[in-house]
Design a protein around this ligand. Structure first.
Ligand code: 5GP
Length: 114
């Protein structure tokens, strides 16, 4: 089922887009939890991590990691480090069922995450 993120991909809803390729889109989170909080999503609709198959989606996941590294470098957080998070399902704290990776940085992250 389509989510608000598909509407962002289709440019039906505005987002603060920071990076875009043929396969992925990245935009600032509307409710940032760190000085840098970017969401990196595939343009195709994949609801969650458990819908991924290494054999099918390896290239797409590579594109998402490339995007994270590029954005981290562009925003100057690559040297100090950052956190990538993919919440999956209820217990994982997933709210939007369109696969996404959170790129968080610009401050020291806590562990355990809570
Ligand atoms: P989840 O909890 O599913 O891992 O993360 C969903 C994220 O999407 C949340 O951090 C939330 O703030 C963000 N979000 C939800 N709706 C929108 C929206 O319409 N625009 C943007 N930019 N971010 C959104």
């Amino acid at each position: 089922m389509s989510t608000i993120f598909s509407k962002i991909v289709n440019k039906e809803i505005k987002a603060d887009i920071v990076y875009e390729t043929e396969t992925v889109l990245a935009f600032n989170d509307i409710n940032p939890q760190a000085p840098v909080h970017v969401l990196i999503i595939p343009k195709i609709e994949i609801p969650k991590v458990t819908d991924l198959k290494g054999s099918e989606h390896a290239a797409l996941l590579g594109d998402m990691i490339d995007a994270a590294n590029k954005i981290a470098k562009d925003l100057g957080i690559d040297k100090d480090g950052f956190r990538l998070v993919m919440n999956c399902g209820d217990n994982g704290g997933q709210d939007v069922y369109h696969l996404h990776m959170h790129l968080l940085g610009g401050r020291k992250m806590n562990w355990p995450p809570g």
